[in-house]
Ligand binder design. Structure first.
Ligand SMILES: Nc1nc2c(ncn2[C@@H]2O[C@H](COP(=O)(O)OP(=O)(O)OP(=O)(O)O)[C@@H](O)[C@H]2O)c(=O)[nH]1
Length: 314
């Protein structure tokens, strides 16, 4: 029997929990069932109570107090503890049937999605390594207000790419809170953020920050680079090769943007969590990615109502 799920990820405050609630509401409206898993040990306010909540396994507050850790270190500890006690998560999921969409709400600490192998290990257990074999899709949310700040947008795009490469499961990137930018960004401009290209960097209307420099500024920087090299001769700590100057950043930013552009690696769906059509549209992409509909057998009308786990259409 197949199982289906979506892992909702993204930076702090991107709207993950709100999206999970909107998704649950949408599923209920279309008489579909879902099973809600909260893996954010700091999350408190839920519109829909989770069926499984990591806070029942371990408390971030207790960890921080007893292990003398900060919030990020505490979160990593909580996830290591979860991996050591994986049965706590996988046993209840064993009972979830194929009509359900398992929605997993993740924390916002960016470390989880970039360089720490905890999340790939967890995902492998939910998909290939464990007995659950969930057909899983990752939904990575980035706040759409980033589009007014291009350097932030590309940094966010890189974090989405990093998660995509680490997890190796179908991936849907989402620009959340679209309602907040609708009035401030021209539609044509917005379209370029949905499907970003390298020219986006060069057309920055503000031409601010370290990314965009005038000819004179670039020439001035070329003059100062040898000075930086002389100040840090090769062989010393912090040598010239290790010092990133403004020009190096500029080249790096361009190269990253070109990489994203050349390989068409990242494009975004638009989400307004208050708009049912917008949520429904994203759900249809998730369904396609996990091949949900293909797996649903034609059923007798009352078959799907005879279970009391999770949120069902009753
Ligand atoms: N205007 C608008 N606000 C939103 C939307 N989605 C979420 N928000 C708001 O953004 C804030 C953060 O939303 P959450 O859903 O808690 O974000 P999160 O990613 O789960 O946050 P963390 O768990 O702290 O990482 C809340 O104040 C939400 O009400 C949206 O589509 N539009």
């Amino acid at each position: 029997m197949s199982k289906f799920g979506v892992l909702v990820m993204g930076p702090a405050g991107a709207g993950k929990t709100t999206f999970c609630s909107a998704l649950i509401q949408n599923l209920k409206n279309s008489r579909r069932s879902c099973y809600y898993v909260n893996l954010d040990p700091a999350a408190e306010d839920f519109v829909y109570e989770p069926d499984i909540d990591i806070k029942d396994l371990i408390s971030l507050e207790d960890v921080m107090e007893e292990m003398h850790l900060g919030p990020n270190g505490g979160l990593i500890y909580c996830f290591e503890f979860l991996l050591d006690n994986l049965d706590w998560l996988t046993s209840p999921l064993e009972t979830v049937t194929e009509e359900y969409l398992i929605i997993i709400d993740m924390p916002g600490q960016i470390e989880l999605y970039t360089h720490i192998p905890i999340l790939p290990t967890l995902v492998r257990h939910l998909t290939r390594l464990g007995s659950l074999n969930i057909s899983l899709c990752a939904a990575y949310l980035l706040e759409a207000t980033f589009v007014v700040d291009r350097p932030k947008f590309f940094a966010g795009t890189l974090s989405a790419m990093s998660a995509m490469l680490m997890l190796e499961v179908p991936h849907v990137n989402i620009l959340s809170k679209m309602d907040l930018v609708a009035g401030t960004v021209a539609r044509r401009d917005l379209k370029r953020f949905i499907d970003p290209d390298v020219g986006l960097l060069e057309d920055d209307p503000t031409r601010g920050g370290i990314m965009f420099r005038s000819q004179e500024e670039e020439e001035a920087e070329e003059q100062t680079e040898p000075a930086a090299a002389a100040a840090h001769p090769v062989g010393e700590a912090g040598t010239a090769e290790n010092v990133m100057t403004g020009k190096s950043f500029h080249r790096l930013n361009r190269a990253v943007a070109r990489l994203i552009d050349d390989y068409s690696m990242v494009s975004f769906l638009q989400l307004n969590a208050q708009d049912e059509d917008s949520v429904g549209n994203i759900l249809s992409y998730i369904d396609d990615a996990i091949q949900y509909h293909e797996a649903q057998e034609p059923k007798e009308p009352n078959d799907e109502l005879d279970t009391d786990i999770g949120y069902n259409d009753g």
